[in-house]
Design a protein around this ligand. Structure first.
Ligand code: PRX
Length: 630
């Protein structure tokens, strides 16, 4: 199908996609290799909810990401790996090599007894073997569950046990920003609580010689190198599970979002090529980690299914210096660069000479993802990185949506700073007021919902379909509720205003307040906690914790440090609270509900008007909290 090339094309294709979605997606899906064509494009019922795309179709996504490229571009680079330490040499992996490596890992998994439908946990740093591992699972139809290698052993236990993984793929350790992380030790700490895990395969990454458990642990080089390099791709139904990826919820444990094979493949490829207007032979760099949906969709499956060259970066933007991104763009002649506002804001503070020293002339398109990009960061990115020559593609989407939903299309959509702009074809947003009425005019503000299915939407929460229904389909019956607020301006452009639930977006990562609260409560000195988000210059939002202790602490700073460490141990360092205020009580209603509205105002520094506090059991507590604001 022809890609959108002009605004007129966009309007026409958008119209077609709404008037006859089945016809529209039927045409898009013809561009792929199917083992058997679908019988029906779509079956859906948001009341259940149940959504099926390309019903009866059979495929394997890796044939579309690997095999089909071998003839035309077998010797083209599929992956460029940029190591953590710039003194180490980068590595290129061609499509032919990638195909071979994936087949080897796939055969190794089979040798370990992993079968179609089994769940495999992947807990690895950003090295090429991580990509091989993910694709190898897809090759044999095992369901991958990638866990970000910054998560703690407790988080790993939750994720492994929830999905019943039978194997874990990891490394001895990782080096991130010059620091060493012992991943195998974290896995070893987790596994006594994970009875389903039968085998662990360890890639020797930093040569740290961790202890290996006989009969359970295998060195990657022992079991992969000897495996055959040909492995037929398992035939998967369109609706078979491709992967599970955990994301924080506003209450309870993280949710294992389930994505399936057919619709995901079609949509991720279509959105990658459309939004960035990808051109044959270009080098694409998405700086996310493969542990997040951005990495799944737009480091691996999108670019590889399009035959692009994708960059995998092991490091962090600030090490060994603040020029790391710009040096790597120059080194690899990157054409499309896709990063997060939090990275832009932190790099914007460094001397401009870091940018000026590098040749960024290869850049054609820039992207942003993860949180609303503020205007200042948008302009800095536009002027200094894009040299006012590269459109900024501000992609709004979610783990649950699988792929881009509202985003400009490069060189097609008229841009507006800090606006995700317009829905892609196939995406039908509806803005709702608090009473559940759809606001159909332009120039409105409300809650963002989607009223029609799109191919890559999550199908369920692993093991908890009721929660899936309650979280996404019950607030506005008949519609998918995103949890985000938005404005639609007079031109119909969307601006995402942020979460309207108890999720905080810290440096682009979702954090459930309930999850952070229960981690803080694990500290023996803590009685109760309430956590809210507050505006943070670099991270977008920071975590502000109001904590009640058994006794007034003798050493506030010492206890703050201990609480932060407790959170790092239970969830991971990304969830450490930025501010911890000790309080003697929390503002609660008579029914015992914490009035977060008040805490949010305090955390945001809006101290003058607390609104109506008459329903609180102890209004005096508000005064104390205001006085003690950090
Ligand atoms: O609040 C929105 C914000 O990130 C949330 C989704 O987070 P996650 O599932 O971790 O996926 C992140 C990568 C897609 C959304 O509900 N968000 C994401 N992108 C944007 C954004 N907010 C505003 N503008 C964006 N471009």
């Amino acid at each position: 199908m022809n890609l959108i090339q002009s605004n007129q094309d966009y309007l026409q294709q958008y119209k077609n996609s709404v008037e006859d979605p089945e016809k529209f997606w039927d045409e898009v899906a013809r561009d792929f290799v199917w083992k058997k064509k679908w019988n029906k494009v779509l079956e859906w019922d948001f009341a259940k909810p149940s959504v099926k795309w390309f019903v009866g179709g059979k495929l394997n996504i890796t044939e579309n990401c690997l095999d089909r490229h071998l003839k035309e571009r077998g010797d083209q680079r599929a992956i460029i790996w940029e190591p953590s330490d710039p003194k180490d040499a980068p590595k290129s992996i061609t499509y032919k090599e990638l195909h071979e490596q994936v087949c080897k890992v796939a055969n190794m998994l089979k040798n370990l007894g992993v079968k179609k439908g089994d769940r495999v946990c992947i807990y690895m740093p950003m090295i090429p073997e991580l990509a091989y591992a993910v694709l190898a699972c897809a090759r044999i139809g095992a369901v991958h569950s990638v866990v970000f290698a910054g998560f703690s052993s407790g988080s790993l236990v939750d994720r492994i046990t929830d999905s019943g993984c039978s194997a874990v793929l990891t490394t001895d350790g990782a080096s991130r920003g010059g620091k060493r992380i012992d991943l195998k030790k974290i896995v070893d700490d987790a596994l006594p609580k994970c009875p389903t895990v039968k085998s662990v395969v360890v890639f020797d990454c930093i040569h740290s010689k961790p202890p290996m458990q006989e009969g359970r642990d295998y060195w990657w080089h022992d079991v992969v190198n000897s495996a055959p390099s040909v492995c037929p791709a398992e035939e998967m139904d369109s609706e078979d599970l491709l992967f599970i990826l955990y994301t924080s919820g506003s209450t309870g444990k993280p949710k294992g979002m389930v994505h399936t094979c057919g619709g995901y493949m079609v949509y991720i490829n279509y959105t990658f090529r459309t939004a960035f207007q990808y051109k044959e032979g270009e080098v694409f760099w998405c700086t996310a980690d493969l542990g997040w949906i951005t990495g799944h969709s737009y480091i691996l499956y999108g670019p590889l299914s399009a035959g692009a060259t994708t960059v995998i970066f092991e490091g962090i933007p600030s090490w060994p210096d603040m020029g790391r991104f710009w040096q790597a763009i120059e080194r690899h002649k990157v054409n499309i660069f896709y990063t997060a506002p939090t990275a832009i804001r932190s790099l914007q503070l460094a001397p401009l000479s870091f940018v000026e020293k590098c040749d960024l002339s290869s850049l054609r398109v820039l992207g942003s993802v993860g949180e609303p990009i503020n205007e200042e960061a948008w302009h800095w990115y536009d002027e200094n990185i894009g040299k006012k020559n590269c459109p900024i593609i501000d992609t709004w989407w979610q783990t649950e949506t699988g792929g881009f939903m509202i985003t400009p299309i490069a060189d097609v959509t008229k841009l507006k700073p800090a606006h995700a702009t317009l829905p892609l074809p196939g995406v039908q947003p509806a803005v709702m007021d608090e009473n559940g009425k759809e606001l159909t005019d332009n120039g409105v503000e409300g809650r963002l919902t989607i009223k029609f299915p799109w191919p890559s939407m999550a199908r369920t929460i692993y093991g908890d379909h009721q929660r899936f229904r309650d979280t996404y389909f019950s607030t506005f019956p008949g519609k998918y509720f995103t949890g985000d607020g938005c404005k639609r301006d007079d031109e119909g452009y969307y601006r995402i205003t942020g979460r309207v639930d108890d999720i905080i977006i810290v440096s682009g990562h979702n954090m459930g307040t309930a999850e952070v609260e229960s981690a803080i409560d694990e500290h023996p000195s803590v009685v109760e906690t309430a956590v809210v988000g507050y505006p943070h210059d670099i991270k977008g939002q920071g975590i502000y914790a109001f904590v009640i202790c058994h006794q007034k602490p003798d050493n506030d700073e010492g206890l703050r440090g201990e609480i932060r460490e407790t959170v790092a141990k239970i969830i991971g360092p990304i969830a450490k609270p930025d501010k911890i205020q000790f309080v003697s009580g929390l503002p609660k209603t008579r029914s015992g509900k914490i009035m977060r509205r008040i805490l949010r105002k305090v955390a945001e520094g809006e101290l003058s008007n607390m609104g109506d506090t008459s329903t609180l059991t102890d209004p005096a507590v508000v005064e104390e909290i205001v006085k003690g604001k950090l």
